[in-house]
Design a protein around this ligand. Structure first.
Ligand code: SAM
Length: 276
């Protein structure tokens, strides 16, 4: 039988390749090229514009690390917003926090939500929870229409291409600041230092121009470019490095832990240099 492989080009001359078992969906939505495939190594995989978004096998790393550092830093995260995140993985992790009364997901592309529910049920499992509100809209618009509303905002967007470009601009971080309550905080995925050092440097600069407390942390996401993935947290009041980790409860996770909470903020020197 002929083998079929998918290659994600991560730079113009480097990529990762994986053997496919089946293609479930391939569709040009109103916003992006969406594919849902079954891979030998990583299970079911969501691709947008040819980029790996999430996979059965390694999704827990990214979704836990977007959600838990902020939610165990803010003392009372009742109202949480996810910008993007249409696969539902971050929402699933947010729901593990009983203090959260309302979790709003705003993804620009309803097809991502629809196909994630159908083909990635264990990732999208929380989208029908009574505490969750799912809105199909541009996250940029939503934050400007909801000032002083959220305790925590998580930006789980695609890379700054297509509809996500505006989610990585300085105006967006001011919009996030204004949508947060006076002691709110936000976290955004901020790509990898091997191929996107300038993005990390620029986002860090832009967030520091808006927030008094800015911290960068990282995790290993094998199916993302380079595998070393960063996150940038901006906070009006609470510092994740001042949390008493002995007070953080053990919850149902496979990557995040009370021991890893502060350790994740210890950066390799070449990454430290980007965010000094
Ligand atoms: N974890 C993935 C990553 O780091 O690349 C992101 C996963 S999630 C599927 C990315 C989502 O961002 C997509 O569903 C896409 O539709 C959404 N998105 C892109 N631009 C957006 C915008 N302006 N407003 C809301 N959602 C947006």
């Amino acid at each position: 039988m002929t083998e079929i492989w998918f290659t994600e080009k991560q730079t113009d001359h480097y990529g990762i390749t994986m053997k496919l078992k089946e293609t479930y969906v391939r569709e040009q939505t109103d916003f992006q090229d969406l594919a849902m495939v079954e891979t030998e190594e990583w299970g079911t995989m969501l691709l947008l514009d040819g980029m790996v978004m999430t996979t059965d096998k390694d999704e827990f790393v990214y979704h836990e690390m977007v959600a838990h550092p902020a939610l165990f830093t803010h003392p009372n995260p009742e109202h949480v917003l996810v910008v993007g995140g249409g696969d539902g993985g971050v929402i699933r992790e947010i729901l593990k926090h009983p203090k959260v009364k309302r979790a709003v997901l705003v993804d620009i592309d309803g097809k991502v939500i629809e196909y994630s529910k159908r083909y990635l049920p264990q990732i999208a499992s929380g989208l029908d929870d009574p505490r969750v509100e799912v809105i199909v809209n541009d996250g940029f618009m939503h934050i400007h229409d909801h000032k002083n509303t959220y305790d925590v905002i998580m930006v789980d967007s695609t890379e700054p291409v297509g509809p996500a470009v505006q989610l990585f601009t300085r105006g967006f971080y001011q919009g996030i600041y204004d949508a947060l309550k006076e002691d709110g905080m936000f976290v955004a995925q901020t790509d990898n230092p091997w191929f996107k050092a300038d993005l990390i440097r620029n986002v860090n600069r832009d967030v520091k121009a808006v927030f008094p407390i800015v911290r960068t942390y990282w995790a290993n996401v094998p199916t993302y470019p380079s595998g070393l993935w960063t996150f940038t947290l901006g906070s009006k009041k609470y510092d994740p490095l001042e949390v008493d980790e002995s007070a953080i409860p053990e919850i149902d996770t496979k990557y995040y832990s009370p021991r890893l909470h502060k350790a994740a903020f210890v950066l390799p020197k070449f990454v430290e240099d980007l965010v000094k």
